[in-house]
Design a protein around this ligand. Sequence first.
Ligand SMILES: NC(=O)c1ccc[n+]([C@@H]2O[C@H](COP(=O)([O-])OP(=O)(O)OC[C@H]3O[C@@H](n4cnc5c(N)ncnc54)[C@H](O)[C@@H]3O)[C@@H](O)[C@H]2O)c1
Length: 433
Amino acid sequence: MNMLEKKIKAADARIAVIGLGYVGLPLAVAFGKAGFHVTGIDVSPKKLKEIRSGKTPVIGVTDQELKDLQKKKRLDVMPEYSALKTADVIIICVPTPLSKSLDPDMSFILAAASAIADHLKKGQLIILESTTYPGTTEEVLQPEFEKKGLVAGRDFLLCFSPERIDPGNKRFELKDIPKIVGGVTAESSRLGVLLYQQIISKVMPVSSPRVAEMAKLLENTFRIVNIGLVNELATVAKDLNIDIWEVIDAASTKPFGFMPFYPGPGIGGHCIGVDPIYLSWKAKFHGRELRFIELARQMNSEMPEFVVRRASEILNDLGLAVKGSKILMLGIAYKKDIEDTRESPAFAVLERLAKQGAEIIYHDPYVLNAQWNGTVKSSSKLNAKTLKSADLVLITTDHTNIPYDIVVQHSKVILDTRNVLKKFSGHKNIVRL
Ligand SMILES: NC(=O)c1ccc[n+]([C@@H]2O[C@H](COP(=O)([O-])OP(=O)(O)OC[C@H]3O[C@@H](n4cnc5c(N)ncnc54)[C@H](O)[C@@H]3O)[C@@H](O)[C@H]2O)c1
């Protein structure tokens, strides 16, 4: 594999990225900016059209970056897998959601793997980045790639390297987040590490793909469990008349052995709530039930109901019922500073409130249109008139670019589920979760 090594070092290797979403597109751009030629392959004609016209479909990549790279002919995008034939490196970044029965939906990985197998040639390095259960790379990909006689380690190289990007996070961008690489052979790891070293400051090899796969699931299981814990404590703190946010601030002064997690309306997105289930699913084959994950899921899924109860208590104190009240939801993306609404807990809250007869309007600077109860709604303008017209303002996502001073000034009462109004504490119209 000396040839591939030379090509990687000279930024001469041709890289194909399969799946140009929140993970694949920033990665493709990073390699393009490092001088590599990158071909992005995606099944979504809409996404391909946007990228070709220099309009970024995801946060974390700018329009300018797409335009520059395409102008320099370092990035081209297409729906056909035929580009895999000429690739030296193939990176898989397709979705790994859950099926309706809450099992891993491996269909996207399987489709990508089958396309790669059809075009596989000697000397290629293939890397799976999609989050998945331990064993996927060795038990699913490797046999698929070896079925025509090529052998991993001898004829081609294969690694798993989890993506840890946090879309919208400006403090830790792709290049700053250490990368874990586990190859099916030592040579696979060595070249996988070399590749990522071209764009990422710290790359850590581990002994196998399984370790890398499980490391990613440990990270997200750690998050779901701790969020579940703090959500449970938030509900009990309310009963005890204790401010959970003050408790967390106090506990956070301990310089070791404590890491703050914060309560909220529940978890969303397609990582924290989904990834641990991949681990639970795999554990079941070994007769094991991962109880922490189940409990955390249950706890987190009860939060929207808790928020609705709090909203109803607040309206009740004002002599109002949920039915007929106008509620302005601030932020419906699943987390701050992004436009992604997948599995957003804000929808679980608003659907419950709407079902009880509340009139719901929303404002989200990132989500201009949203659909619930079968109709598409547009984000309302955030101004004094809108704020004053609402019986309750309910903050469900703590976007940083919302003018909270105006919100505090003009709202009758605000339920802040994220403690984003911390600096306004003392204002009588603010109620925390
Ligand atoms: N978004 C995150 O914050 C994040 C962070 C770390 C890891 N991950 C993991 O990375 C993986 C990708 O996530 P994402 O957020 O980028 O998903 P995404 O939905 O934003 O993007 C996936 C892309 O893959 C395309 N695609 C689907 N099937 C394809 C196929 N067979 N061939 C080519 N393209 C195909 C889709 O059209 C889409 O553009 C998932 O496993 C996810 O769990 C996501």
